[in-house]
Design a protein around this ligand. Sequence first.
Ligand code: HEM
Ligand code: FES
Length: 779
Amino acid sequence: DTASADSARCPFDPTALTAAKGPTGCPVTAGAAAFDPFEDGYQQDPPDYVRWARDQEPVFYSPKLGYWVVTRYDDIKAIFRDNITFSPAIALEKITPTGPEANAVLEQYGFALNRTLVNEDEPAHMPRRRVLMEPFTPEHLKAHEPLVRQLAREYVDRFVNDGRADLVDQMLWEVPLTVALHFLGVPEEDMDKLREYSIAHTVNTWGRPKPEEQVAVAHAVGNFWQLAGQILDKMRLNPEAAGWMQYGIRKQREHPEVVTDSYLHSMMMAGIVAAHETTANATANAMKLLLQHPAVWQEICDDPSLIPNAVEECLRHNGSVAAWRRLVTADAQVGGIAIPAGSKLLIVTSSANHDERHFADADLFDIRRDNASDHLTFGYGSHQCMGKNLARMEMQIFLEEFTRRLPHMRLAEQTFSYVPNTSFRGPEHLWVEWDPARNPERTQPEVLTREQPVRIGEPSRHTLSRPMVVERITRLTDDVVQLRLVSPHGQPLPRWQPGAHIDIECGDTGLSRQYSLCGDPADTHAFEIAVLRDEDSRGGSAWVHQHLAQGQTLRVRGPRNHFRFDEGARRLVFIAGGIGITPIAAMAQRAQALGLPYTLHYSGRSRRTMPLLQALAARHGEHLVVHAKDEGQRADLAALLATPEDGTRIYACGPIRMLDALDAATVHWPDDSLRTERFQTDAPTLDPSKEHAFEVELKDSGITLQVPADQTVLAALKAANIDVQSDCCEGLCGSCEVRVLDGTVDHRDVVLTRTERDAQDRMMVCCSRAKSGKLVLEL
Ligand code: HEM
Ligand code: FES
């Protein structure tokens, strides 16, 4: 009968459905029916507006928009990865079709905005992108830094003594526009006109102009188009001049079929918007967010080396591109939902950036978040924003100028308004106030000339440390102390998951040591770790033991988690040796809280030397099995793990010997049963005389790189403008993991298990290399 046929087609709870229909005639849920990205709720806070969807219905059809809406990180990244099934062709299409009158106006101007890069399909796109990439490489971008600095200074000069300014109107709109025009090679004379026109282009493309506005918008867009054509003609007369457009004009001579006339004219218009509004809005969003968090603002004023991280976290938390679009070219699955060919997708990247599944404590604004640069504000894969490093540079310089010269500024009382549209997002005005009598430059003129070096590319993890104060030291055994660390001003700390660790920087020794968190994951006031004095260590634990005192400040990075606890396991075996109990303790506590069956095997030389033993015995009762060597109770791992069990996960941490023995004892277990955490490696440093060069093909980016014998894959990727996280650079931490699609990896890390290595589907690019020939990576 039809009712059951309907419910078979509808993946939703029928009681939650509405009268509004999806594309198959299947009714949609109330949330989906109500979704309207032109509403103020979406404009004010897109990730919050679709929070319900991220939680309950991550892929839904919006009848109001006629688009499928995708809200989770993994689903969106998978869409970006596959630019054949999910074509970018509609990226610049008008989201609200205009009426015949407006269309007639556009026609009258000969408006023919067509494919550029961002909306170009393969196979045309990649060759064009490659030919036009050079001006975006780090060495070329450096050349733009002096102009950005000079403009930032001049604009702040104009209002620094006023005590009040609208940062958008008085600086952030015009400076990125000027930089964009210089980058493109456009003469400055038409700036005012372009300003007016480019807003019209945003409304025309991503907005919902009312019928009576449409005609005015169409005139502005038509004018923009014609002006772009005239400027391009001017450029063709002097093609040797600096500028990305002139570079394109010169490349057209060599590759006329790749760099077409239609491309050049369209890019002349679209390029201004791509480079300008995105960056202006991103900086306005960043300043708003920072001033709404005065403690964070104060921190970056005190320590401007934090600015690159702050920029990245602002791009994640409150980026300027809220959503992007793709056209489905063949029947496909997105997040388990079948989506027919011809459907249009609104991929809400700002929602992905707040997805708890990828970003721990996602709504927290944390400028020391270690994976902030995973955000999708620049898109991902073969179309990923080419200008990302120019934008990052501009944002760093603007923030630096503000923190140096106006550290005492604050947000004025105001209501924020946004140009209603799906994609480009930033406040139209941003009013700030300060007391000019307190301007630092009045008493310290050197403030004006101090410069913080810009960082081209994503921020380095080594600058992500946060100061933390040792609140309490508790001796657990003769060799082990427990530390309770808190933030100096009581700022909340990120929540974490069992298995997470932090890195402690050991003063000026250049060393840092990783310690698993062993306190309460939900406690946002403190991190607790236990530290063993290890005579054999490279000095890190000795440093911690010697320099520890209550009230002392340490520098801490993280938390990070490469030892994730699978809450879906049916049964758990925890195995800890000595100080290896720290991550295991947090996991066992979680297993207990979830009511999962578990056993905790804890071994050590004697009960006296085993940290946390009493507390564990009290908490876990008969789930805890103690193996104390001096009592003749050594753990017999082979016997313990003799019979493999489906659905059982073994989590282990402890001495290398023990972990190696576990590897051997679980060969006959199902893949992935054993998960271990190691904090030491024997991996030697790169010896070029023993290495060979090889090729790496980056599938998602469509490029191939050479990795010479004296370079790591990681270094080669960074040189090619590909963002890859890295931290330890010696195969310990797992942060540089990349998926491998083809080729044989010579694994050199200690992160992957044997089964994981044998699967040949991922690698740590900081140390591992190709066995021979070529590797194909999912990057
Ligand atoms: C593409 C965002 C600044 C030039 C993109 C895309 C996004 C984006 C979302 C599409 C990515 C995809 O489909 O995977 C941003 C943001 C910026 C910014 C948030 C500032 C904060 C710039 C600047 C320039 C620029 C300053 C130029 C100077 C481009 C180009 C593409 C692009 C040329 C097309 C790349 C391709 O399709 O191959 N950008 N952008 N962008 N952006 Fe940006
Ligand atoms: Fe730590 Fe590669 S950066 S494993």
